[in-house]
Each structure stands twice: as structure tokens, then as C-alpha cells.
Design a protein around this ligand. Sequence first.
Ligand SMILES: Cc1ncc(COP(=O)(O)O)c(C=O)c1O
Length: 424
Amino acid sequence: MPWHGEPIEMKKKQSTAMLGLGYDAANYHGSMKQPIFQTSTYEFPNAEAGKQFFAWATGKEEPPLNTQMGHIYSRLGSPNTALLEERLAHLDQIDEAAVFGSGMAAISATLLEFCRPGSVLLHTNPVYGGTHSFMVNYLEEFDIRCFQIQHQWSIEKVVANVQSTFPDRPVSGFFTESPANPTMDIYSIQKAKKICEAFRSEEQFVPVIVDNTYLGPVLSQQHKNGADLVVYSLTKNIAGHSDVIAGAVTGKTELISRIKKARTFIGGILGPMDSWLILRSLETYTIRIQAQEENTRKVAKFLVTHPSVEEIRYLGNITDWNPEQQVIFSKEYGGIGSMIALYIKGGEKEAFTVLNNIQVFKLGVSLGSTESLAEHPYSMTHAKVDDTLKEEINITESLIRLSIGLEDCNDLIHDLNTALNLIN
Ligand SMILES: Cc1ncc(COP(=O)(O)O)c(C=O)c1O
């Protein structure tokens, strides 16, 4: 593993930071935890200060270094979003973060900011069904074409195929979800960076945008590999308790300020209460993901032995299902996470038998939470993706997506064993 030794050290530092970074109780009447700023608007000390805050917020003037900008209105930011953003940026080891009211709000604002009408957006498949629909249905309406890159294509082949398919369109970005929901495929971010460099010009910045929801910032540090923007559904591992919908984008200041500007107009910022809930989740983030990883290994070890299982894919056995991706994984990724793609023998009927008979696992979408979850991507999260494409990218009717939580792993194994035994 590339960062063997380093993640443990980083995790330690990151877990410490999640309890104290950016917060001084003395500024909040000694409150051990940051209070929730449940207000829509802020009172200015005087008109001159209001004018100054607006000048900084609208970019008319740059605030002097180390200046704490006063708050204006909660669509632009609040002390709760600011603290959450500081801690998320720290987790991703990058300048800044921007938080949103959902993962889709973060993804759509990012793509709308960087993809211009008349351009082409490169992407890998699969991606989460909502992202897929947004890209191929919604963006198309704005004259933004999407072009699917095959994993096995060399950089030269990507460039040649894009140029021959879209000779008159500039490339506006490269979007990859890695690991991909639900098949676990990973893409080399270092390769994505080289592809973007091949299309960059003085006039056209071409960002590498990585959806890192599946692994999260501690197990996968994609800015180090060349990602310009990393997007998250915070709803998943980071919030981690199936009680909040939220999203984020992280990156260098010059890119995040563009996204924050877009967020001000589109209006998708996260509320103070949900920001506070996620700050609370961050305190246990590293410990949760370690425990979930441990459970995942044990559940996976059981699943490969069950006669009703055709194949399982998780990042702990990537050598078995994709040796080429194993090389990328060991160079660019730092952990295995808590997701399993379980291919059972049979099709929808057999998959539904399992899903209808689990009891400890909950039948529901979402992932990364404290409770274990199972769903059927073909008919649920990826229902809107074209059936032929689904088969091509291994989203079959026999696939069950498992998200492993914090229950006792023997209970999880017993639950799956009982349900799988019902398949004839
Ligand atoms: C990988 C991935 N990205 C983005 C999203 C969208 O996130 P949200 O539901 O928070 O809008 C999801 C949702 O399932 C997802 O799985």
C-alpha cells in the first residue's frame, strides 16, 4: 500500500483536528461545542461595516490577510458552515471546501460552473444514477455533450477519440466517480490529470473532478494525485448516521471561490443545523471508517464461501476481479472502505429474495451509515440508466449493493447467510 504507515499517522492528526480545529470556545461564551447559528440574517455593527462585508463577499475588494469576514446572510455562509468547511478542507489536505444542501447540489453547481454551452464533458461510467441523469439528460439541454471514457483506453486514445468525435467542441472537464457506485471500479486520477492537461489551453481550464463519496477523504486523498475538485455526498460516510442530506466540494482557493460564487446564486448552501450535525459526525469519522472497514473484510471473507454467490467485488479483493485496477489502487488509493458489490447466482428474483429476507441489514438506498444497508442498483439507484448500458458496465439484475455498518459482524454474516440460503 502506498501510504502504509502514513494514513495511520494522518488519521491520528485528522481525528484530533476534527475535535478542535478552527474553534475557540472563548469566542462563544465558553461553549464546548460551537452553538448553532439558527438565523437567516446578521446585524451589521454599522453601515460602513455592511458596505465592507459586501465588497469582500462580492469580490469587489480582497479582504486583507487574516481578516475574519463578518457574516451577512446565511445563503452566503454562517459560522457553522465556515467551521465545517475548514475541517473538511483539512481532511482533504487542501485549501478550501464549499458545503451544499446535498451531494447533487455540490455536483450540479460544480458542473454548471465549469461546463460551458458548446463544450464536452468527459466522464467515466458508472456514476451514481442521479449524477448520470444530470449529465446525460440535463446538461445536454444546455448544449453540453457528455462523452464516456473507457477505462482501458490509453491517454492517446482518449485524446484521439474525443477529437474525432467532437472536432469543434472544447473539453470543459473530466468527471470520474472513483470508486464507482455500485461496481467499485476505480480510475487513475493521475491519468485523468494527464488527459485534462492535453486539452488545457490559455483560455480553457479543464478540471479533473472526482466524486470521492465511496471512500472519503481519509482513505482516498485525490488532490495529491492531481484532482482539481473533489466532490462528496456528505450524506454518506461523513455524516454517517442516515440523518442528514449534504454535499461538499474541496479544492484550491481560486476554484472554490468560483464555486462559492455559483452557490450564492444557485442558493444550495447547507443550513446551520445540518452543518452542526456533520461537525458532530466528524468527531467520530476516522474511528467509524476504521471499524466499518474491519467489518467489511469479515463480511466479504464469508460471502466468497457461500454457494449462492457468483462473485463479490470490494477493494480488498480487487486483484481477483481487476488486476489492472489493482495497480492503480495500490498507487493512488489508501483504504478499502465499507462497500461491497455482491453478484448472486440468478437474477432479479433471487436478488429480491435476499433483499426481502434480510433483517439486520436494512433494505434501503444510501450508504456509509452506521447501520448496514442493502439495495438493488439495477431497479433502484440506477433505474434510470439505459438497460443496455447497465449490462455493459456490470450493473446486472443479479447485483446487490451492500454498505457495511457498525453492527456486530457475526450478526451481519448470520443475516446474509440466512437470506442467501433461501435462493434455490
Ligand atoms: C457516489 C454518489 N455521489 C453523489 C450522490 C448524491 O448525493 P446526495 O444524495 O447527497 O445528493 C450519491 C447518492 O447516493 C452517491 O452515491
